[in-house]
Design a protein around this ligand. Structure first.
Ligand code: ADP
Ligand code: ASP
Ligand code: MG
Length: 428
């Protein structure tokens, strides 16, 4: 008998019929003798609808009130699922985040979970019930409702699994696992049997929305055994088969020796680029440009600056798309004159494409293969950044899908996994 946390995403909860299927799936695990905690998302499209209502009234609504509104989507889901389970004879109880309580900090719309009180959940499990807890939401120390950022139900589930010391966290979604890249963009993408925690962390941070990054962070920190699998298979699929399906997130030491060099390709259209031209090349300039951006609470991702030959240089960096106007305002009002720069240019039409794999540590030539592939497709690289296990480039957004497909092929990801480890021409 195991303690299992199961998360169901928006598509999986997308209609009353699908909620009925979720109930049958949960009932099956419960009947097999497992203790089950379920963390559902709002029904597909519901969070967008709710946020849209708020923005119809005010394009920049108060974040506390936004959370009050957005959190209701998950509250409907838990109630409907509890009714569906009771209807088929399974004892179940639903809770909102504040009832549990899932305690968070006060950062409305992007709150972080600080602690979870598991006493109620444990008592219900001991009483033989299925416990259903809202995804995406928590409560701060003033008792205000908070939400965890888009896609945050993944984090709710993994954090709940960590708090309960669950045997496994199953993330049920509308794809049957983690793929080499988004299968909606590259039909040749392949499902990975396993992916290391570090690779998953990079992929999530670089834009693969299959798991929210904080969920992966929790899984790593608390060593939560986490699996991504499909909720769209027949709900009566035998538990033993379902339990081994999808993609398991592993910790490096569990990995087979024969690890693919590159595991996946991530992409992200959510950033915009700012270029400051004719920046005087002297100590303190990076701080004078990025200090005011940090003070304005704007995240900066990639940064590029070259040394100058003639005393001035261009300085570029990327910010979240929705912060572009804000960041341009800061640059024009606080930075341009202060440092005596030329122009401030904003470019919303960029995309970041990244190849990820822990095999990069031991293989050379991967960057050159990436750059050659993009050159062969006639795609210009605007920025580059690397870490131990990833290489990212910024390109014009209209070439993003082309770049992802070409790289997927060039890195041998179209082929079955065995071919990747041995068949990839690296280093030359
Ligand atoms: P849910 O509502 O279940 O949380 P999401 O839409 O948040 O589902 O995440 C699942 C989606 O993530 C898939 O439908 C797929 O389009 C997308 N995705 C992006 N990158 C990947 C990847 N590498 N592997 C699998 N799915 C991916
Ligand atoms: N319902 C929330 C969202 O749409 C949380 C989630 O689905 O994970 O972002
Ligand atoms: Mg999601």
């Amino acid at each position: 008998m195991a303690l299992i946390v199961q998360k169901y995403g928006g598509t999986s909860m997308g209609s009353t019929e699908r909620i009925g299927n979720v109930a049958r799936r949960v009932a099956k695990w419960h009947a097999a003798g497992h203790r089950v905690v379920v963390v559902p998302s709002a029904m597909a499209g519901e969070t967008n609808r709710l946020l849209g209502l708020a923005r119809e009234i005010n394009p920049h609504p108060d974040p506390r009130e936004l959370d009050m509104i957005a959190a209701t989507g998950e509250q409907v889901s838990v109630g409907l699922l509890a009714i569906a389970l009771k209807t088929i004879g399974v004892d179940a109880i639903s809770y909102a985040g504040w009832q549990v309580a899932v305690n968070t900090d006060r950062a409305y719309t992007k709150a972080r979970i600080v602690s979870i009180d598991d006493s109620k959940v444990r008592a219900d499990l001991d009483a033989g019930r299925v416990v259903i807890v809202t995804g995406f939401q928590g409560v701060d120390d003033f008792g205000h409702v908070t939400t965890l950022g888009r896609g945050g139900s993944d984090t709710s589930a993994v954090a709940m699994a960590a708090a309960l010391g669950a045997d496994e966290c199953l993330i049920f979604t509308d794809v049957d696992g983690v793929y080499t890249t988004d299968p909606r963009v590259v039909p040749a993408a392949r499902r990975l049997e396993k992916v290391t925690f570090e690779e998953m962390l990079e992929m999530a941070s670089l834009g693969s929305k299959v798991l929210q990054i904080r969920a992966v962070e929790f899984a790593g920190k608390y060593k939560v055994k986490t699996r991504v699998l499909s909720s769209l298979t027949p709900p009566d699929l035998p538990v033993e088969i379902e339990a081994n399906s999808g993609t398991l997130i592993t910790f490096e030491e569990d990995q087979d020796m024969e690890q693919a060099v590159i595991s996946g390709i991530a992409f992200n259209r959510d950033e915009a680029k700012i270029t400051v031209t004719q920046v005087p090349d002297r100590p303190g300039i990076a701080y004078q440009i990025l200090g005011p951006i940090a003070e304005a609470n704007i995240d900066v991702d990639m940064i590029i600056q070259n040394q100058s030959v003639d005393g001035t240089t261009d300085f570029s960096f990327t910010v979240p798309h929705q912060e572009l106007q804000h960041a341009l305002g800061v640059m024009n009002n606080k930075v341009k004159e202060a440092i005596g720069a030329g122009e401030i240019i904003g470019d919303p039409n960029i995309a970041k494409v990244s190849v990820v794999g822990i095999g990069m540590r031991s293989h050379v030539g991967l960057a050159s293969l990436m750059f050659r592939t993009l050159w062969e497709e006639g795609i210009n690289i605007q920025m580059i950044s690397t870490s131990e296990i990833k290489i990212s480039v910024v390109i014009e957004d209209k070439y993003m899908e082309l770049a992802v497909r070409a790289l997927h092929k060039a890195f041998g990801l179209d082929q079955p996994a065995e071919g990747v480890a041995t068949g990839l021409a690296v280093g030359g």
